[in-house]
Design a protein around this ligand. Sequence first.
Ligand code: GAR
Length: 195
Amino acid sequence: MENRRLAILLSGRGSNFVAIHDAISRGDLNAEICCVISNMPEAAGLVRAKEFGLTAICLPSKGIERVEYDKMLVKTLRSFDPALICLAGFMRILSPELLKAYPSRVLNMHPALLPSFPGLHAQRQALRHGVKVSGCTVHIADEGVDTGPILLQKAVEVLEGDTEETLSARILEQEHQIYWRAIALVLDKISAGSI
Ligand code: GAR
Protein backbone atom coordinates (compact mmCIF):
# COMPACT_ATOMS: atom_id res chain seq x y z
CA MET A 1 0.00 0.00 0.00
CA GLU A 2 1.40 3.34 -1.09
CA ASN A 3 2.32 5.72 1.74
CA ARG A 4 0.37 8.97 1.28
CA ARG A 5 0.38 9.96 4.93
CA LEU A 6 0.96 13.61 5.81
CA ALA A 7 2.27 14.96 9.09
CA ILE A 8 1.30 18.59 9.59
CA LEU A 9 3.44 20.87 11.73
CA LEU A 10 1.96 24.19 12.79
CA SER A 11 2.30 26.92 15.39
CA GLY A 12 -0.89 28.93 15.15
CA ARG A 13 -4.15 29.47 13.32
CA GLY A 14 -3.79 26.50 11.00
CA SER A 15 -5.77 27.73 8.01
CA ASN A 16 -3.35 26.04 5.60
CA PHE A 17 -3.82 22.80 7.50
CA VAL A 18 -7.61 23.19 7.24
CA ALA A 19 -7.31 23.84 3.48
CA ILE A 20 -5.28 20.63 3.08
CA HIS A 21 -7.80 18.74 5.18
CA ASP A 22 -10.66 20.15 3.06
CA ALA A 23 -8.95 19.14 -0.18
CA ILE A 24 -8.67 15.58 1.15
CA SER A 25 -12.33 15.60 2.28
CA ARG A 26 -13.49 16.84 -1.15
CA GLY A 27 -11.49 14.08 -2.82
CA ASP A 28 -9.18 16.54 -4.60
CA LEU A 29 -6.11 15.30 -2.74
CA ASN A 30 -5.49 11.60 -2.35
CA ALA A 31 -3.73 11.61 1.02
CA GLU A 32 -4.34 11.10 4.68
CA ILE A 33 -3.34 13.30 7.62
CA CYS A 34 -1.65 11.01 10.15
CA CYS A 35 -0.89 13.65 12.78
CA VAL A 36 -0.98 17.36 13.51
CA ILE A 37 1.82 18.57 15.75
CA SER A 38 2.17 22.02 17.26
CA ASN A 39 5.05 23.52 19.19
CA MET A 40 2.60 26.06 20.64
CA PRO A 41 0.12 24.69 23.21
CA GLU A 42 -2.46 27.38 22.41
CA ALA A 43 -2.41 26.92 18.62
CA ALA A 44 -5.91 27.17 17.18
CA GLY A 45 -4.84 24.63 14.55
CA LEU A 46 -4.61 21.96 17.24
CA VAL A 47 -8.21 22.60 18.29
CA ARG A 48 -9.32 22.26 14.67
CA ALA A 49 -7.39 19.01 14.34
CA LYS A 50 -9.20 17.58 17.36
CA GLU A 51 -12.55 18.72 15.95
CA PHE A 52 -11.73 16.80 12.76
CA GLY A 53 -10.98 13.72 14.86
CA LEU A 54 -7.31 13.75 13.88
CA THR A 55 -4.37 12.92 16.10
CA ALA A 56 -3.38 16.28 17.57
CA ILE A 57 -0.15 16.48 19.50
CA CYS A 58 1.36 19.35 21.41
CA LEU A 59 5.15 19.25 21.69
CA PRO A 60 6.01 22.54 23.41
CA SER A 61 9.31 23.98 22.22
CA LYS A 62 9.72 26.68 24.85
CA GLY A 63 13.02 26.41 26.69
CA ILE A 64 14.21 23.39 24.68
CA GLU A 65 17.38 23.61 22.65
CA ARG A 66 16.75 23.40 18.88
CA VAL A 67 18.57 20.14 18.14
CA GLU A 68 17.07 18.50 21.21
CA TYR A 69 13.58 19.59 20.16
CA ASP A 70 14.00 18.35 16.61
CA LYS A 71 15.21 14.97 17.88
CA MET A 72 12.02 14.73 19.91
CA LEU A 73 10.01 15.77 16.88
CA VAL A 74 11.65 13.13 14.68
CA LYS A 75 10.96 10.46 17.28
CA THR A 76 7.30 11.43 17.38
CA LEU A 77 7.04 11.68 13.61
CA ARG A 78 8.61 8.25 13.09
CA SER A 79 5.82 6.64 15.08
CA PHE A 80 3.34 7.87 12.41
CA ASP A 81 5.48 6.90 9.39
CA PRO A 82 4.57 9.95 7.27
CA ALA A 83 5.45 10.15 3.58
CA LEU A 84 5.66 13.95 3.84
CA ILE A 85 6.03 16.55 6.56
CA CYS A 86 4.02 19.66 5.72
CA LEU A 87 5.04 22.83 7.52
CA ALA A 88 1.91 24.94 7.77
CA GLY A 89 2.79 28.09 9.65
CA PHE A 90 5.36 26.22 11.74
CA MET A 91 7.37 29.17 12.97
CA ARG A 92 10.65 27.48 13.73
CA ILE A 93 13.96 27.15 11.97
CA LEU A 94 14.65 23.47 11.39
CA SER A 95 17.85 21.83 12.49
CA PRO A 96 19.49 19.26 10.19
CA GLU A 97 18.04 16.54 12.48
CA LEU A 98 14.62 16.73 10.87
CA LEU A 99 15.89 17.29 7.35
CA LYS A 100 18.29 14.37 7.57
CA ALA A 101 15.50 12.11 8.82
CA TYR A 102 13.18 13.18 5.97
CA PRO A 103 15.36 14.31 3.04
CA SER A 104 13.30 16.07 0.32
CA ARG A 105 10.19 15.13 2.28
CA VAL A 106 9.63 18.37 4.20
CA LEU A 107 7.45 20.96 2.45
CA ASN A 108 7.01 24.57 3.45
CA MET A 109 4.57 27.33 2.55
CA HIS A 110 5.90 30.88 2.48
CA PRO A 111 3.78 34.02 1.94
CA ALA A 112 5.99 35.64 -0.73
CA LEU A 113 7.40 34.84 -4.13
CA LEU A 114 10.69 33.30 -3.03
CA PRO A 115 13.56 33.99 -3.25
CA SER A 116 12.14 37.43 -2.44
CA PHE A 117 11.30 38.22 1.17
CA PRO A 118 12.28 35.11 3.11
CA GLY A 119 11.96 35.06 6.90
CA LEU A 120 9.45 36.76 9.12
CA HIS A 121 6.80 39.28 8.02
CA ALA A 122 7.14 38.53 4.32
CA GLN A 123 4.03 40.53 3.45
CA ARG A 124 5.32 43.55 5.41
CA GLN A 125 8.67 43.26 3.64
CA ALA A 126 6.88 43.21 0.28
CA LEU A 127 4.87 46.34 1.10
CA ARG A 128 7.97 48.17 2.36
CA HIS A 129 9.80 47.39 -0.86
CA GLY A 130 6.88 48.70 -2.87
CA VAL A 131 6.65 45.63 -5.09
CA LYS A 132 3.58 45.52 -7.32
CA VAL A 133 3.31 41.75 -7.26
CA SER A 134 3.90 39.36 -4.39
CA GLY A 135 2.37 35.96 -3.69
CA CYS A 136 3.14 32.63 -2.12
CA THR A 137 5.50 29.72 -2.62
CA VAL A 138 5.48 26.04 -1.72
CA HIS A 139 8.96 24.59 -1.66
CA ILE A 140 10.94 21.66 -0.39
CA ALA A 141 12.66 22.76 2.81
CA ASP A 142 16.41 22.65 3.14
CA GLU A 143 18.71 23.98 5.83
CA GLY A 144 18.29 27.62 4.88
CA VAL A 145 15.49 29.95 5.91
CA ASP A 146 12.76 29.62 3.28
CA THR A 147 15.15 28.19 0.71
CA GLY A 148 15.03 24.90 -1.20
CA PRO A 149 13.56 23.74 -4.52
CA ILE A 150 10.37 25.54 -5.48
CA LEU A 151 7.31 23.39 -6.25
CA LEU A 152 4.51 25.88 -6.94
CA GLN A 153 4.00 29.62 -6.75
CA LYS A 154 1.05 31.93 -7.15
CA ALA A 155 1.36 35.64 -7.84
CA VAL A 156 -0.89 38.15 -6.07
CA GLU A 157 -1.17 41.77 -7.16
CA VAL A 158 -0.32 44.39 -4.55
CA LEU A 159 -3.11 46.97 -4.67
CA GLU A 160 -2.97 50.68 -3.99
CA GLY A 161 -3.76 51.18 -0.29
CA ASP A 162 -3.02 47.57 0.67
CA THR A 163 -2.13 47.07 4.33
CA GLU A 164 -0.25 44.10 5.72
CA GLU A 165 -3.63 42.63 6.71
CA THR A 166 -5.37 43.06 3.34
CA LEU A 167 -2.39 41.79 1.36
CA SER A 168 -1.87 38.86 3.74
CA ALA A 169 -5.54 37.89 3.41
CA ARG A 170 -5.39 37.82 -0.41
CA ILE A 171 -2.13 35.89 -0.37
CA LEU A 172 -3.60 33.43 2.14
CA GLU A 173 -6.47 32.62 -0.24
CA GLN A 174 -3.88 31.59 -2.82
CA GLU A 175 -1.86 29.63 -0.25
CA HIS A 176 -4.97 27.54 0.30
CA GLN A 177 -5.19 26.89 -3.44
CA ILE A 178 -1.63 25.78 -4.02
CA TYR A 179 -0.51 23.85 -0.93
CA TRP A 180 -2.58 20.74 -1.57
CA ARG A 181 -1.68 20.85 -5.26
CA ALA A 182 2.03 20.88 -4.40
CA ILE A 183 1.49 17.98 -2.00
CA ALA A 184 -0.24 16.00 -4.75
CA LEU A 185 2.64 16.76 -7.10
CA VAL A 186 5.25 15.49 -4.65
CA LEU A 187 3.28 12.39 -3.63
CA ASP A 188 2.90 11.50 -7.31
CA LYS A 189 6.62 12.03 -7.92
CA ILE A 190 7.44 9.79 -4.94
CA SER A 191 5.17 7.04 -6.18
CA ALA A 192 6.67 7.33 -9.67
CA GLY A 193 10.09 6.97 -8.05
CA SER A 194 11.29 10.28 -9.52
CA ILE A 195 12.22 11.78 -6.14
C1 GAR B 1 0.79 31.55 6.41
O1 GAR B 1 0.60 32.80 5.81
C2 GAR B 1 2.11 30.95 5.98
O2 GAR B 1 2.44 31.26 4.66
C3 GAR B 1 3.06 31.61 6.94
O3 GAR B 1 2.38 31.60 8.16
C4 GAR B 1 0.98 31.68 7.91
C5 GAR B 1 0.31 30.56 8.66
O4 GAR B 1 -1.07 30.68 8.56
N1 GAR B 1 4.30 30.89 7.02
C6 GAR B 1 5.48 31.47 7.12
O5 GAR B 1 5.62 32.69 7.16
C7 GAR B 1 6.68 30.53 7.18
N2 GAR B 1 7.86 31.22 6.80
P1 GAR B 1 -2.01 29.48 8.97
O6 GAR B 1 -1.59 29.06 10.38
O7 GAR B 1 -3.38 30.06 8.95
O8 GAR B 1 -1.81 28.38 7.96
